[in-house]
Write a new protein. Structure first.
Lengths: 264, 486
């Protein structure tokens, strides 16, 4: 079943073109990895999928689970099942993690006309999830990301992912800043999410996460479009050779063929 | 796509209905005869009539203060009526059973239970937690749990009644903290004050429940001038709450209250306000002018007074609950949340006057501005040469929502004590688009997100409120922010 269809997407920020005809498709239950140089537009893609109001879509379309995302507010996209783990999760001082999670979970349930969980049930659920991610329950009482270390923030993002049960997780460099054990913990969390038949779009710079969360497809994003797609071996090749060879290689290749995403 | 998620639209005020009761209302205008009329109406003793008249004479020579960071056309004091009372209350306060059901319904609608078996949260409890004095325009209509309080020796009644039942206490303390001529609005209040609450907690008594007064302006073109006096005798403790609302009207209405607190040796008074006067509509039309003088005197050693206020209402707020720390080692606290939206203006803060040795004060002020509102903190910390080892800590945080509002901080420090330590910290932050986007990405709608972020910002102050009111204050913020995000 098709989960995500991005077709010829063009996006601008402050009149500066950032995505230039990006196309990408994925099926439910698949893991896709996106790699690419700094500034190539990876976070932009994640933000646009989540409906960040700061980005202007000037062409192309995004279909998610059969429906056009155009015109949907960020919270509506979230309710439809789009989740984004932020590259740099922000702090919300004074709002405890627990309150925040409760508000998020309640609104998700309300969108489906379901009653909120009782406070007790909810706390139990969240505590269990926190434990599975090696997050001390102390973190639930602290302000959202307030004074969290980089790695703690990332684990907190995965906690939210597992709690909110979306259909698609767009993980923007969730592996950056994790120590070796945390990387494994986070990967386990992502794999659990994936095992439920959900889609994962992994934005990463490094092969190491892909050893734990094995991608079905790997794409290279450069200059605002997908310039190369392949299987897991592509990530290894990139790790060894960097991105330069792709550019050289591309000189004599018609861009049309290269830039189309996976169509399977 | 470039719509700003922080655009401001309208807001709803749920307490804005009018109660249809027949009232006796004085024609607008103020002169000596009006002062005499009010005093006569309340069958006051001669000393009080004279007190009022002398306040009036003082007021007539004064001009309104202009230093606050607020803007409004001059008030026509002759267009205001200075007395209004529901006809059914002619002849003084009655027992609860005799109160006009229409009035009781008003308070019910506002969520203020005047039936003694009902409690704030609407659930009956075995132990009463809050006693209420309800003031409707110029008179007190009912005071609950009087008997229960009397058992403990606590006096809690309308001040108009205390004048007759406890004249010696009223005479001793009235105007002893805020003198008749203290400032323009205090003088006006002293001349025409209508009603308000009187509390006396005797030596060594811990008041067995929260005391609460609820003020409601109903009549059009009527000013409300209530007067509250709370005295905690040696070693006594009392926690007092004040709430207020008014109907939605196109005209501005004046509210000029005076609150005086007196704490003797080892006594403690906790005074909390949830102020929700009608703020005017989204275009800035109508709303209450809230010009209030609130002051506490820590007269005794080791006494303590703390003001906690949550201000979401009024078109203009001008208010500086203060503490005069005369007793050695006395403690003054001020915890404030002031939220302004649309065209509201607030100039509020506190004064901590350190006179005694080892006195301590804490000021935590949280200002939230949305819409085109202007929110100012104005605070004075003064230590006299005798205030050895005085300490003050001030933290003053502003939160901006959107691009068109303003936050201002005016701290004044007058330190004359060589050994005093005065600390001031101030921050200004914004509800950032990134915070908002994080919430929305997690499925939380923008209004809920902003109110959650604002509640988080105010947490240090809400913690100071009695539990029932902390919940109410949170909800109030949510309502007041309605429309703060587009
Ligand atoms: N709000 C913005 N205003 C101006 N330029 C922006 C804005 N957001 C992104 N850009 C620019 O768009 C380009 C793509 O940024 P993006 O964050 O999507 O890159 P990225 O691929 O995620 O990079 P990294 O690997 O460093 O995270 C960059 O050149 C960046 O500077
Ligand atoms: Mg990025």
């Amino acid at each position: 079943m098709r989960l995500l269809d991005i077709d010829d997407l063009h996006v601008r920020v402050d009149d500066k073109p950032i995505l230039n005809g990006l196309s990408l498709s994925m099926n439910a239950g698949e893991v896709h990895a996106i790699m690419g140089p700094n500034g190539s537009g990876k976070s932009t893609l994640a933000n646009v999928l989540a409906g960040h109001p700061g980005y202007e879509i000037i062409g192309g379309s995004i279909r998610f689970a059969g429906a056009d995302l155009d015109g949907l507010a960020p919270e509506e996209r979230a309710h439809a099942g789009v989740f984004m783990a932020f590259q740099h999760p922000v702090e919300i001082p004074g709002v405890t993690n627990m309150e925040f999670l409760k508000a998020a979970n309640d609104s998700r349930l309300a969108a489906r006309n379901l009653e909120p969980l009782s406070a007790l049930e909810f706390m139990k659920k969240v505590r269990n999830l926190a434990q599975s991610l090696d997050l001390d329950s102390e973190f639930l009482k602290r302000g959202v990301n307030e004074g969290f270390s980089g790695g703690e923030r990332k684990r907190n993002e995965i906690l939210q992912l597992l709690l909110l049960e979306p259909k698609l997780a767009v993980l923007d460099e969730t592996d950056s800043g994790l120590d070796i054990d945390a990387l494994r913990t986070v990967a386990d969390g992502v794999n659990r999410f994936h095992a439920d038949g959900n889609g994962v779009l992994l934005i990463t710079h490094y092969q190491r996460l892909l050893n734990h969360v094995v991608p079905d497809h790997v794409h290279v994003l450069a200059d605002g479009r997908i310039v190369e797609s392949g299987d897991g071996s592509l990530a290894h090749a990139l790790e060894e050779r960097g991105y330069a060879w792709l550019r050289e290689d591309r000189e004599d290749t018609p861009p049309a063929r290269r830039s189309s995403g996976m169509r399977n | 796509m470039s719509e700003s998620p922080l655009d401001i639209i309208g807001q709803e005020y749920s307490a804005g209905f009018v109660t249809d009761v027949e009232s006796e209302t004085l024609p607008p205008g103020l002169d000596e005869s009006v002062v005499r009329f009010i005093s006569e109406k309340k069958r006051e003793p001669g000393w009080l009539t004279d007190w009022r008249l002398s306040a009036f004479a003082g007021w007539a020579r004064m001009t309104p203060p202009e230093w606050a960071h607020v803007n409004f056309p001059p008030i026509d004091f002759d267009a205001i009526s200075y007395y209004s009372a529901p006809k059914s209350l002619e002849g003084g306060p009655q027992s609860l059973d005799e109160v006009d059901p229409e009035l009781l319904r008003t308070y019910e609608k506002l969520g203020i239970p005047l039936h003694e078996q009902e409690m704030l949260a609407g659930v009956s409890r075995a132990e009463p937690r809050v006693a209420v004095d309800a003031v409707f325009d110029s008179v007190s209509i009912a005071t609950t749990f009087k008997d229960k309080l009397r058992e403990a020796g606590v006096i809690f009644c309308p001040i108009s009644e205390a004048v007759h039942t406890h004249p010696e206490l009223v005479k001793r303390y009235l105007g002893s903290v805020v003198p008749r001529g203290d400032n323009f609005y205090a003088a006006l209040n002293s001349a025409v004050f209508s009603d308000g609450s009187f509390v006396y907690v005797p030596k060594g008594v811990r008041c067995p429940m929260e005391l609460s007064t609820y003020f409601r302006i109903n009549e059009q073109n009527t000013g409300q001038f209530e007067r509250t006096l709370i005295v905690a005798d040696e070693g006594a403790y009392v926690s007092y709450l004040e709430g207020c609302t008014a109907p939605m009207r196109d005209d501005n209405q004046l509210h000029a209250a005076v609150v005086e607190l007196v704490a003797l040796d080892d006594a403690e008074i906790k005074y909390s306000t949830v102020q929700n006067w009608y703020p005017g509509d989204a275009d800035g039309k109508g709303g209450i002018y809230n010009f209030v003088t609130k002051r506490g005197a820590c007269r005794g050693a080791h006494s303590k007074i703390s003001w906690t206020q949550v201000e979401t209402g009024s078109a203009i707020t001008w208010k500086y609950p203060s503490v005069v720390l005369r007793g050695d080692h006395s403690v003054g606290e001020f915890y404030s949340v002031a939220l302004t939206n649309n065209f509201q203006q607030a100039d509020t803060g506190t004064k901590m006057i350190h006179l005694g040795r080892g006195t301590k004060s804490t000021i935590i002020s949280k200002g939230i501005s949305a819409g085109r509102s202007q929110n100012s903190y104005r605070g004075l910390v003064r230590t006299s040469p005798a205030a050895g080892d005085a300490r003050n800590y001030t933290q003053c945080d502003s939160l901006l929502i959107g691009e068109r509002c303003g936050a201002h901080t005016f701290p004044y420090i007058e330190n004359k004590s060589a050994s005093a330590v005065v600390e001031h910290e101030a921050t200004t932050s914004k509800v950032s688009e990134d915070q908002l986007f994080l919430c929305r990405q997690r499925g939380i709608d923008p209004e809920k997100a902003v109110s959650m972020i604002v509640n988080g910002f105010c947490k240090d102050v809400f913690r100071q409120l009695p539990m029932e009111f902390a919940v109410e204050a949170g909800k109030l913020l949510e309502v007041s922010l309605e429309g703060a995000v587009g």
